[in-house]
Design a protein around this ligand. Structure first.
Ligand code: NAP
Length: 321
């Protein structure tokens, strides 16, 4: 608690005004800033009642210890919670919340943009033009995959995967999905057909990943899976970098085992391996899936509302543990 009896909220890095104004109305707020290093975050955490954080900040025993006994909630500014040690929070009875729904459409739309870019190799084509390598229209150059009639495989048919499936439905010939449990709603409304991962990889022209990072999904796309894909197919990943074995992906792109990839997320962000940057037919974006004005405002508001609900003694709208 602050000197005037208010709860103290640590914003580990930054929070947009839509959320900050809500927090400041009920809390004393400490803000780490975009450049806050680990030491600074640990120092600011001492004695806080709430931590509002984002996917770049690991929330582990060290940070929970630094906060101390008074900590009552961890509100993540993201839907993925792979940066949070959920078990450590559960053991201490500290609720963890996330920001689902408000970012679903933005992320699905970005996935569609990456799909189109990867299918047509727009990044490499534009790089040629910008570097003065374009020598004129050539009927055999820059050929790519046409999305109309393509077979799409959506791996992880949750909120974002389903919205992406809705967006590509008008284009898709076949729409396959890979999931741990059947999704009858998507089967009836979208004509989506459930498949095992191996089968989906072998049949799809476009493979798009939407499962969360977890021990189960780590490197779910590695060398054997890339080998199973068709040579004209593309891989799109806007979920988490950990799902794809980057070395295997680079090898598959270099060998022409797949036709291209569109990535928004990486294994060790913000580091992107040189070999991936240099690989042919990849479009690489800097983790901007949810980066629309509407989505990020919604995420900021949701993160603050979740933290404040717990501080008021209410059930937070988006509790993960
Ligand atoms: P969600 O609604 O929880 O959907 C995730 C889906 O993945 C669930 O349907 C889940 O299955 C499924 N799944 C889990 N493990 C699986 C496995 N081994 N094989 C197949 N499917 C599996 O989450 P969401 O809101 O759609 O978000 C998905 C992920 O997108 C987040 O975890 C986050 O990492 C990422 N994301 C990225 C950005 C970005 O900026 N690039 C933005 C937002 C989110 P069940 O239905 O069986 O539980």
């Amino acid at each position: 608690m602050s000197a005037d009896g208010k709860p103290v909220a640590l914003v580990a890095r930054v929070l947009l005004p839509a959320g900050m104004e809500l927090l400041q109305a009920e809390c004393e707020v400490r803000e780490g800033g975009l450049d806050a290093d680990r030491e600074r975050v640990l120092e600011l955490a001492a004695g806080v009642t709430a931590i509002v954080t984002d996917p770049t900040v690991p929330v582990d025993d060290e940070l929970l210890d630094a906060a101390g006994e008074g900590l009552r909630v961890v509100a993540n500014f993201a839907v993925g919670t792979d940066n949070v040690d959920l078990e450590a929070c559960r053991k201490r009875g500290i609720p963890v919340t996330n920001t689902p729904d408000v970012l679903t459409n933005a992320t699905a739309e970005l996935t569609l943009a990456l799909t189109a870019a990867a299918a047509r190799g727009t990044t490499g084509a534009e790089a040629d033009l910008r570097a003065g390598r374009w020598t004129g229209w050539d009927p055999g150059a820059y050929l790519g995959l046409e999305l109309s009639g393509a077979t799409f495989a959506v791996v992880g048919l949750g909120r974002i995967g389903t919205r992406y499936a809705e967006l590509v439905r008008p284009l898709a010939g076949e729409l396959l999905y890979v999931a741990r449990s059947p999704k009858p709603g998507a089967e009836s409304s979208l004509g989506a057909v459930r498949a095992e991962l191996d089968e989906a990889l072998a049949r799809a022209d476009v493979v798009s990943l939407h499962a969360p990072a977890s021990p189960e999904t780590r490197h779910m796309i590695g060398r054997p899976q890339l080998e199973a894909m068709q040579s004209h197919a593309i891989l799109v990943n806007t979920s988490r970098g950990a799902l794809v074995d980057t070395e295997a992906l680079v090898a598959a792109l270099e060998a022409g085992e797949i036709a291209g990839a569109g990535l928004d997320v990486y294994e060790s962000e913000p580091d992107v391996p040189e070999a991936l940057v240099a690989a042919p037919r990849v479009t690489l974006l800097p983790h901007i899936g949810s980066a629309t004005y509407r989505s990020r405002d919604g995420m900021a508001r949701t993160a603050a509302q979740n933290a404040l609900a717990v501080l008021r003694g209410d059930e937070p709208p988006n509790r993960v543990v």
